[in-house]
Design a protein around this ligand. Structure first.
Ligand code: CP3
Length: 342
């Protein structure tokens, strides 16, 4: 069988129709997801139930025929594996115990112990490796250290990542020790995902955009580079996607500087600009605004065509610029794929 489309794009091939998948493609906009989540009890129970996590991973593949499946889990499982308390408040989002000083850091577990807690995730990947259609690639993932740290420090999502910036500026040794611990744990976690059957891994740095100047270099770019170097040493053939969301001009050169095989673009990045300044270095992913999955219509069709055309001169993976939202209409997802593949 010919190699999977996603793997071909990641290897640098320019394809007539780019492979497509969607961030948060398993999620609350799908009635079948909500039914399976209810069966599991709650979101975290779903993440740690290999059979049901595999089931929700497969749901959007069955319904839409995406070219890739992304493991169903969450970036906040790593903090929990390191010993943080984690729970989700319905309608609000995640809550965690906070780390604000040396004592909080000292209470964390060593990086090489995370596998005990995360073994159900590896089990999900093994099930998916058996059950996914032969032309669909399996993507594993983790949060990038800065983004994970913002939640571990604040204990919740924050609009400006204020608490994390305060720790960085007020107690740099603890901040850097925390980033290092997350970096080490993430290397172990992603390496185990690859051993279990993940064919690609993606690093989500959702809050990279709030780091400026030297801080971006030290706390977004460097940890990503470290993780990629360690993974490439162990798994030289596994492609890695990096998503420094909100990086703006700092998207330029991010792929070569970190060793990422593909750079994922948010919807605030102009596609023509990115084709010229980012795609010249290799594969890019993105970057339709998720709002089109709510509004649909001719605007959606025009945008899909515009983005496909902008990136047609090089390797491209079609995706949204961020996750699909719970109010999206599944018919618009089908229209997006139909337009892309026409
Ligand atoms: O993309 C996928 O379909 C794979 C699964 C996945 C989830 N979260 C499932 C999820 C992935 C890759 C993530 C990544 C993630 N999680 C990120 C990085 C990407 C991004 O969106 O910026 C972040 C910051 C998180 C942390 C997180 N998890 C938040 C802030 C929330 C609450 C917001 C919300 O949408 O409710 C979650 C919960 C979450 N993670 C849900 C899903 C499907 C919704 C939970 C539910 O079913 O109620």
């Amino acid at each position: 069988m010919a190699e999977k489309l996603l793997m071909r794009a990641l290897a640098g091939e320019t394809l007539k129709t780019p492979p497509a998948w969607m961030m948060r493609q398993a999620g609350r906009y799908l009635p079948e997801y909500k039914a399976t989540r209810a069966q599991a009890g709650d979101f975290l129970s779903l993440c740690y139930n290999p059979e049901l996590a595999a089931e929700v991973t497969l749901q959007p593949i069955r319904r839409f025929g995406f070219d890739a499946a992304i493991l169903f889990a969450d970036i906040l499982l790593i903090p929990q594996a390191l010993g943080a308390d984690l729970w989700f408040v319905t309608g609000e989002g995640p809550r965690l115990s906070t780390i604000t000083d040396q004592a909080g850091f000292d209470a964390l577990k060593p990086a090489d112990t995370v596998h005990d807690h995360l073994s159900p995730v590896y089990e999900t990947i093994k099930i998916l490796s058996r059950e996914l259609p032969g032309d669909v690639a399996l993507i594993g993932f983790a949060g990038a250290p800065w983004t994970v740290a913002t939640y571990m420090i604040a204990g919740r999502g924050t609009p400006d990542q204020g608490p994390a910036h305060a720790l960085k500026d007020g107690n740099r040794p603890v901040f850097e020790a925390l980033l290092n611990r997350i970096t080490e744990a993430t290397i172990e976690y992603l390496s185990a995902q690859i051993n279990a059957g993940a064919e690609v891994v993606k690093l989500f740095d959702s809050w990279a955009g709030s780091l400026n100047g030297d801080d971006f270099q030290k706390y977004a770019l460097e940890p990503t580079k470290q993780i990629i170097a360690a993974l490439k040493a162990r798994h030289p053939d596994t492609p890695i996607i990096a998503f420094p969301r909100g990086a703006g001009e700092k998207y330029i050169g991010f792929g070569p500087a970190t060793g990422a095989d593909c750079v994922a673009l948010d919807q605030f990045t102009d596609a023509d600009w990115a084709a010229k300044h980012v795609q010249k270095d290799g594969c890019v992913q993105g970057n339709l605004a998720p709002g089109h999955m709510v509004t649909g219509g001719q605007d959606l069709v025009d945008e899909v065509r515009r983005i496909k055309a902008a990136f047609s001169g090089g390797p491209h993976i079609f995706n949204l610029g961020h996750g699909i939202t719970p109010d999206a209409n599944p018919d618009n997802v089908a229209l997006m794929l139909e337009t892309l593949r026409a």
